[in-house]
Design a protein around this ligand. Structure first.
Ligand code: 3AM
Length: 201
């Protein structure tokens, strides 16, 4: 059996935004118990572009090169984090996340499509072709009572925002599963080096 690495592509969130997410988690914690909160240290707040699952270690260099080549021509862009949401449904919440809004969603979708296609071409296709941009705040522990309805909490935080941040890189992450939760480590970082197209006057 070849050695494999659980791998995903993501945009890391800068520390300043991560601090706001950590403060939001602290505000939410009393109202949303039994959550495994994402942490800036072990799981590094991030926006997942594509989850690739197990990749043979011999293929990792090819994958990192392909992602780098696909990401490089993209221009950096601003992304605004705003509002909360849940997977699969606010009334049966399993994952609690922060969403995003604004014009940055367009270049984000283009970047996601191209890095996912590059990973596929490198022989490492994403496990799921759906893309719903989000930053996971926490995962609700299962088997502890009935499904949780977080709709009122989402409504209350509808206009919460961490502000915007500049997306300037896409990272290939390794995810190591551990009893206390996954640990993420960057394998390679692709800089977005494209020029922003001129806007008409
Ligand atoms: O932290 P987020 O939600 O952005 O949910 C997992 C996490 O995303 C997701 O990949 C990221 C790193 O683990 N993930 C895990 N297994 C997955 C799967 N089978 C998956 N996404 C799609 N399909």
């Amino acid at each position: 059996m070849p050695d494999k690495t659980r791998t995903f592509l993501a945009i890391p969130v800068p520390d300043k935004i991560g601090e706001k997410l950590t403060r939001l988690q602290a505000q939410l914690a009393p109202d949303v118990p039994d959550v495994r909160w994402a942490s800036a240290t072990a799981t590094a707040f991030h926006l997942t572009l594509a989850f690739l699952g197990d990749v043979a270690d011999v293929d990792l260099v090819r994958l990192c090169r392909a992602v780098n080549d696909a990401a490089k021509p993209h221009a950096p862009f601003e992304l605004r984090l705003e509002g909360l949401g849940c997977f699969p449904d606010p009334r049966k919440a399993r994952v609690l996340w922060v969403g995003m809004t604004g014009p940055g969603l367009e270049p984000l979708a283009r970047l996601q499509k191209e890095v996912a296609a590059a990973a596929t071409q490198a022989g490492c296709p994403p496990e799921d072709n759906r893309f719903h941009p989000h930053i996971t705040l926490g995962r609700i522990k299962v088997g502890r009572g009935p499904a949780r309805d977080l709709s009122p909490i989402l409504r209350h935080h509808q206009t919460w925002s961490a502000g915007s941040f500049r997306v300037s890189e896409a990272v290939v992450f390794a995810s190591t599963l551990a009893p206390e939760g996954p640990i993420y480590a960057p394998l390679s970082t692709a800089r977005l080096e494209g020029e922003k197209p001129e806007t008409s006057p």
